[in-house]
Design a protein around this ligand. Structure first.
Ligand code: NAD
Length: 515
């Protein structure tokens, strides 16, 4: 259950599953509160699926998958284009839902939707992406062709921090490739998934192809173990990603499980310090640091540490913290609240422990004054200097607006820090030296690298994924790796008898040769 201490809004809603093109309450094991983090009010409660509910949704998806897979590519593509048009026209509505349950500011919610839309646009090209190969006369009178076919039912399990974009890393491609989807969103901000499901119906997607199963571990375990689910795409924290990878693999599924992160941004002495300071603030505190690609460690290479910290601190102090609802004429807040009270308190306790361990608190987010409800889950941006690698503010993924500056003497020390870290999601280098940047790109054991770009989330036609304990499995999200993940290959070897040129038959029990 999420926080229950807050007040319940008079118009609180019930959020239930979406199956066969309609809402379904099923027989929940319980309900979890959904809060507006800017007011602290309980605005709804979401059904937690029982095993029977999960079985019902999976069975519906299985039925729909069979007919959807045989629908022509032309018709499937038309549905994708329809979905793209509707989403683009109505993305403001979805952004408002995200802000109300997640807390990120409206423009940030619009940003996540536009990055998800990119994947929908990529999936609109599925006809091209699914083209196979053909070899004529591979052997005498024998042709060979390959194709990629859908898997059936695929499960997507997503985290709270991107309720629209992360599911959209997967479902446009999964659906375009001919699969049916069961999405298990985070119980903290579940409404975006239902809004998206209704949009699919409006776009003409047959009922049962896109389903939403709300819930907790019971719902997740049902997806991981069901013989009728062929693949799992998971995004969330590393311990759960590892559990999902191991459990689903043991049950014969292909799995991509994306986990947590601790992203380092290295600033070399020749860097443009204003660009670096702007980037550190944007990437450290955007979405209140609740991004897997947030910068949480800034590595300042001597001698620029003092100057860089001063410029970051100046900028940080100008940030407006507040309710992220799209305001009238008011300046939009830069940063919203944290997702729940429990999470805000946990992040705040990291600030206590960093201070106690001897890190220097340059800007203290615990003193925040925010524009919004008194009961909101507020925490201001915090800047630590002189952080060392034994402090838990360095070793733990905090997932909040806390930026830790670590000082090093050399480039080599900076790279050693990154490569010793258990995570390998994203990293960035700030420099004006092309040679150093090129060396950095080769040296780091990280999946996504930015050069003077602090949040290097790949565009949709490339693939998103980290290394080490940031990803379990070998396939990254979206791009051609996504197409590969949601399809399996077939190779067909064909011989047609031409009466005018009939090959000699006869018995031959040796292994077939090509000649
Ligand atoms: P989380 O691991 O708590 O939850 C993710 C999903 O797993 C949710 O749907 C949740 O209901 C489910 N879940 C939670 N506990 C479970 C359990 N014991 N058994 C089965 N399922 C369970 O993650 P979160 O707090 O929602 O999201 C934040 C985390 O996600 C951070 O660690 C962040 O780095 C990570 N993340 C990673 C990426 C990436 O691309 N690598 C992207 C976004 C978020």
């Amino acid at each position: 259950m999420t926080d229950t201490s807050s007040r319940v809004a008079a118009d609180a809603t019930e959020i239930v599953h979406w199956v066969d093109g309609a809402e379904l309450t099923g027989s929940p094991t319980g309900w979890a509160d959904v809060t507006n983090p800017a007011t602290g009010q309980v605005t709804g409660r979401v059904a937690l699926a029982s095993e029977a509910d999960a079985a019902h949704v999976i069975a519906s998806a299985s039925r729909a998958a069979r007919s959807w897979a045989t629908m022509s590519l032309a018709r499937r593509t038309q549905v994708l284009f329809g979905f793209r048009e509707l989403l683009n026209a109505r993305k403001d509505e979805l952004a408002a839902i995200i802000t109300a349950e997640h807390g990120k500011v409206h423009s940030d919610a619009m940003g996540e939707i536009s990055r998800g839309l990119e994947v929908v646009e990529f999936a609109c090209g599925i006809s091209h992406l699914l083209k196979g190969g053909h070899s004529e006369e591979a052997s005498t009178g024998v042709d060979v062709h390959s194709k990629r076919v859908p898997l059936g039912v695929v499960g997507i399990i997503s985290p709270f921090n991107f309720p629209a974009m992360v599911p959209m890393w997967f479902f446009p491609i999964a659906i375009a490739a001919g699969n049916a989807v069961v999405l298990k969103p985070s119980e903290k901000d579940p409404s975006a998934a239902n809004w998206i499901a209704a949009l699919w119906r409006e776009a003409g997607l047959p009922d049962g192809v896109f389903n939403v199963l709300h819930g907790d571990k019971t719902a997740v375990d049902a997806l991981l173990t069901s013989p009728d689910v062929a693949a799992i795409s998971f995004v969330g924290s590393t311990p759960i990603a590892e559990y999902v990878y191991e459990t689903a693999s043991r049950h014969g599924k292909r799995v991509q499980a994306l986990g947590g992160a601790k992203n380092h941004m290295v600033v070399l002495p020749d860097a443009d310090l204003d660009l670096a300071a702007d980037s550190a603030v944007n990437a450290g505190y955007g979405s209140a640091g609740e991004r897997c690609m947030a910068i949480s460690v800034l590595v300042a290479v001597d001698p620029i540490g003092d100057e860089l910290v001063a410029r970051i601190a100046d900028r940080t102090r100008t940030l407006l913290i507040g309710d992220g609802t799209k305001g009238g004429d008011e300046r939009e807040a830069d940063m919203g609240p944290l997702v729940t009270k429990a999470h805000r308190d946990k992040v705040s306790s990291f600030i206590d422990s960093g201070e106690a361990a001897g890190a220097k608190v340059v800007v203290d987010g615990r003193d925040v004054s925010a524009r919004g409800g008194e009961q909101g889950f507020w925490l201001g941006p915090t800047l630590f200097d002189d952080v060392t690698t034994d402090m838990d503010v360095y070793t733990e993924e905090i997932f909040g607006p806390v930026l830790s500056v670590v000082r090093v003497k050399t480039y080599e020390e900076a790279v050693a820090l990154i490569n010793a870290n258990e995570y390998g999601n994203g990293t960035a280098v700030f420099t004006n030296d092309g040679g150093a940047a090129r060396r950095f790109e080769a040296d780091v054991t990280v999946g996504m690298i930015g050069v003077n770009v602090p949040v290097p989330v790949p565009v949709a036609y490339y693939s998103f994924g980290g290394w080490k304990r940031s990803l379990f499995g070998d396939t990254h999200a979206h791009g051609t790796e996504g197409v590969h993940f949601f399809t399996r290959g077939k190779v067909v070897t064909t011989r047609w008898i031409d009466p005018a040129n009939r090959p000699e038959g006869g018995l031959e029990l040796g292994f077939p040769r090509n000649d």
